[in-house]
Ligand binder design. Structure first.
Ligand SMILES: Nc1ncnc2c1ncn2[C@@H]1O[C@H](COP(=O)(O)OP(=O)(O)OP(=O)(O)O)[C@@H](O)[C@H]1O
Ligand SMILES: [Mg+2]
Length: 385
């Protein structure tokens, strides 16, 4: 099945996979393909490589979608035919802040939470928060009604698929191990509880206060007080996010690399997606080394080089040495390409589904840092053999 068929009618395309395999590149390429087909498209990226960010017009860190300028399309010789490509770079903290603003029952509670130092640390540092916020942003963008197709690039946290369990995720957040074990029993009762604990724990508390500073303890107490008020709103929202990503409008694409370790991680992710009943679209195996000699390019190149060595008056021995080194590089490359082909065969066997789509993108000569590069990847994905 072609990738166009797999993605037909999908509004939300989520690209996940382990670190460095090309999730951002593939996400942006899929978004570009849709924009070139006349759709209003947005790609929500996570920390794109600097040069790609620049070419997408994301040179400033920005949590809101920005249109990729017409000049960038013109420069790449592309015509969007009325389609639009917007891009944003997810800012976990700002997305979390927006969520607090939305669900705080009063301005006072909102300000208490936002100004709280404990919240400030948790909102950017707690494990799983970036994944959860990526989903949250996705939901916000679908609700805006501004886009036909949304592509989500997910954070490079291999094996952390917590975001798929968004409703429980937010529970985990409030009841995370650290909070639960050390702090929550003491401070969940807010100021009143805090006073009681202060009294009850007597000397221990005094020492604790000395060590951490009274302010810190008070902030923790305040945090739980205020945060409890947001909890129901968060959970309800998380349920809606979970509903969206499980709906037939959504599809997960698993990006992976052609090596045994990344493929093994890919299979792990795949099994997790199946277990969680997520809509699965297929694997994208990126940066595959294709056999170089498909068009007998190597033989031609060597012939040419032999001719060059003969015609130059330089030391022939050096020329021969170079030719040998080149031949060795060629053999190494062909062996690598052969091994990768075997790994890909093995992937089919391991996922146990014969007709599971596997899309390949070759390792391109240059890294992908502009619209032309993204178009090249899109051509391979959507029209490659
Ligand atoms: N098919 C390809 N051929 C050549 N270079 C590629 C290809 N795909 C991606 N790259 C390059 O590989 C690097 C990593 O790609 P990318 O940033 O998309 O990976 P990622 O999975 O998003 O990484 P991270 O997990 O760090 O977010 C980039 O420099 C990109 O330009
Ligand atoms: Mg990335």
């Amino acid at each position: 099945m072609s990738l166009s068929d797999t993605l037909a009618g999908k509004r939300v395309i989520i690209c996940c996979g382990s670190g460095g395999v090309g999730k951002t590149t593939v996400s942006a390429s899929i978004a570009l393909e849709h924009a070139l087909a006349g759709k209003r498209t947005v790609v929500c990226t996570i920390d794109p490589a600097k040069r790609l960010a620049n070419s997408l017009g994301l040179d400033r860190l920005d949590n809101e979608p920005r249109p990729v300028p017409a000049s960038a399309f013109a420069e790449a010789g592309l015509d969007a035919k009325g389609g639009e490509l917007h891009a944003l770079m997810l800012d976990t903290k700002r997305t979390f802040d927006a969520l607090v603003e939305r669900y705080a029952p009063s301005a006072e509670i909102r300000d208490t939470v936002l100004a709280n130092r404990m919240y400030q640390n948790i909102s950017s540092a707690l494990a799983g928060t970036p994944e959860y916020m990526a989903m949250e942003k996705l939901y916000e963008l679908t609700q805006s009604g501004d886009y036909d197709v949304l592509v989500l690039d997910t954070p490079p946290t291999s094996f952390a698929l917590d975001f798929l369990e968004a409703p429980t995720r937010i529970n985990h957040f409030v009841a995370s191990d650290v909070l639960d074990k050390f702090l929550r029993p003491y401070f969940r009762l807010g100021h009143f509880g805090y006073k009681m604990v202060q009294k009850g724990m007597g000397r221990t508390f005094q020492v604790l206060e000395k060590l951490t500073g009274l302010e810190v303890l008070r902030e923790i107490a305040d945090f739980f007080d205020a945060f409890d008020a947001l909890f129901d709103g968060f959970r309800e929202r998380a349920d809606r996010v979970a509903e969206l990503i499980r709906s037939p409008d959504s599809v997960f694409m698993l990006v992976t690399g052609p090596r045994p370790d990344t493929l093994a991680e890919g299979v792990f992710f795949y099994e997790k997606l199946v277990e969680l009943a997520m809509p699965f679209g297929g694997f994208v195996v990126n940066m595959v080394h294709e056999p170089f000699d498909r068009g007998k390019r190597f033989a031609k190149t060597i012939d040419k080089l032999r001719g060059n060595v003969k015609s130059t008056k330089s030391d022939g021995a050096v020329g021969v040495q170079l030719l040998r080194a080149l031949a060795q590089t060629y053999r190494d490359h062909e062996a690598l390409a052969e091994r990768e082909a075997l790994y890909l065969e093995d992937l089919r066997g391991r996922v146990g589904q014969k007709n599971l789509p596997i899309y390949r993108v070759p390792f391109l000569d240059d890294d992908v840092h502009d619209l032309s590069g993204l178009k090249q990847v899109a051509d391979q994905l959507f029209r490659g053999d």
